[in-house]
Design a protein around this ligand. Structure first.
Ligand code: CMX
Length: 440
């Protein structure tokens, strides 16, 4: 299989580079850690490495060195499509090079071959309480598939430098199955259906997903979902969902167990759940004003909301300090297709007003929108209005990035993660040893 061959060929040089860093340059100081960083959620501490993607605060994500715009331009597209094939994105993330169209289609074909969900997974999902959140169901489904992990089965017979092969095998199976599972959760939970259409090998990942979701405008929705999966795939490895996957994987938990950990972190309102929260917030605004508010009304509404002690979902970021290019990619997609959609106009009015309010409040380090501020609006346009499903869609996309990281972490023998913690007293003692500021 092409992905195996391409990774295998690169491994000797990557392993040499890591070995050299670990042995010859182990004492090189990268950064110093402050008490502020320790008590502030480790923000900005450089403590991980990955070559799959990186985030520049002033620019946004680069996937294997490419910005969102460059990625969307450079990846191969299916016939008649404006948005690239998701298979090509996966090739780019896992292999590290831009694929040809044939290589992108080879990944698509690999997914089609593997897109079978074991019957017991659907049974588990059907047995769950009807009020279980879709993210709970998705995480449950990932766990239910763990019995099939090739990595777990072969663990005792594999040598360490072979781990990545089984990790890749599990990752391909997992990513192939996720669209079916996500669509099944949607159709089961909101339409009481117990079956979804089979994966059609003649269609790509995005088109299959649109078909399985049974969205009316399948062609438009397939384009949206290609874009959606691509831009949600990765955001370097320090974000909560990617880091949860990385941490669990570092104990040699297989891809299914590790991905469940990833989803459990993604399901929090400060992370992936912000996409459902954000759409809910827009709908509340619309309901409150019986339609689009005036700019002044929205300004006051946002201030009242902040004063009630809540965060405005979809705004702010742990690393980014500019408008998230993933936001812009979605905005441009919507502006080109349905500029007059009322919720889009509202989302754009919020873009105009909320950053100013957050700036005036002066707390958030970034007042700009992130990926979640608009993604629900696009789903809503295509008729996917049950917004608790939105984070599940994020999860399907995020799997592409975190499994790529997972494969490479095993290929490079990344060790079990174990940062050191200190007690509050230790920190206070360290602080007391510093020169105290003198009164003026
Ligand atoms: N609305 C109100 N207050 C906000 C805010 C927002 N959108 N964003 C940040 N703040 C507040 C923080 O709550 C914090 O307040 P306290 O000092 O009272 O604790 C203060 O501003 C400083 O926070 P920060 O350093 O700017 O941001 P963090 O790195 O701590 O947190 C994030 C980042 C994303 C959790 C935060 O901006 C937030 O809560 N945003 C809203 C939720 C959201 O959109 N999350 C999705 C992020 C993208 C993703 O992961 O999918």
């Amino acid at each position: 299989m092409i992905i195996y061959d391409k990774i295998e060929a690169q491994l000797p040089s990557w392993r040499d580079r890591i070995r050299s860093l670990a042995k010859e340059h182990a004492e090189v100081v990268v950064d110093t850690v402050t008490i502020g960083e320790i008590v502030g959620g480790m923000r900005d501490i450089k403590g991980l490495y990955t070559d799959i993607s990186s985030v520049d605060p002033a620019e946004g994500i680069r996937l294997r060195g490419l910005t969102v715009k460059e990625t969307l331009k450079a990846l191969p597209k299916g016939r008649g499509n404006k948005i690239p094939l998701v298979g090509g994105l996966y090739y780019l993330l896992v292999v590290g090079d831009l694929p040809t169209k044939e290589q992108a289609l080879e990944v698509e074909a690999e997914w089609a071959k593997r897109a079978h969900v074991p019957a017991h997974v659907y049974k588990v999902l059907r047995a769950m309480p009807t009020d279980a959140h879709p993210m709970t169901l998705l995480s449950q489904a990932a766990l239910a598939m763990q019995n099939e992990s090739v990595f777990a089965k072969k663990y005792h017979e594999m040598k360490k430098d072979q781990y990545w092969i089984s990790a890749l095998e599990d990752s391909l199976n997992l990513t192939a199955r996720l669209p079916l599972i996500a669509a099944f959760i949607y159709r089961m939970k909101y339409f009481n259906e117990t079956k979804i259409p089979r994966y059609n090998p003649k269609l790509d990942y995005g088109a299959n997903f649109a078909r399985m979701m049974k969205v009316d405008d399948k062609k438009g929705y397939a384009e949206l979902m290609r874009l959606y999966f691509i831009i949600h795939s990765d955001h370097e490895s320090g974000n909560a969902s990617a880091h949860a996957m990385h941490l669990a994987g570092s104990t040699l938990s297989d891809a299914y167990l590790s991905f469940s950990a990833c989803l459990n972190a993604l399901a929090g309102p400060l992370h992936g759940l912000a996409n459902q929260e954000s759409l809910g917030w827009l709908l509340d605004v619309r309901k409150n004003f019986g339609g689009l508010p005036t700019r002044d009304d929205l300004y006051k509404y946002a201030w009242d909301f902040l004063n009630s002690g809540h965060v405005i979902p979809g705004y702010g970021h742990g690393v980014l300090r500019v408008i998230d290019p993933r936001f812009t990619a979605q905005q441009e997609f919507a502006d080109a297709r349905f500029p007059d959609f009322e919720l889009l106009k509202l989302a754009e009015m919020v873009l105009d007003v909320v950053p100013a309010v957050l700036k005036e409040q002066g707390k958030a380090k970034s007042p700009a929108p992130n990926v979640d501020a608009i993604s629900g609006t696009l789903q809503y346009y295509y008729g996917v209005r049950e917004f608790e499903i939105y984070t599940v869609l994020f999860g399907v996309g995020r799997a592409l990035g975190v499994t790529s990281n997972y494969v490479w972490a095993r290929a490079l023998g990344q060790p079990i993660e174990r940062p050191k913690s200190l007690t509050t007293k230790m920190l206070e003692e360290l602080a007391a040893q510093q020169p105290q500021p003198q009164p003026a």
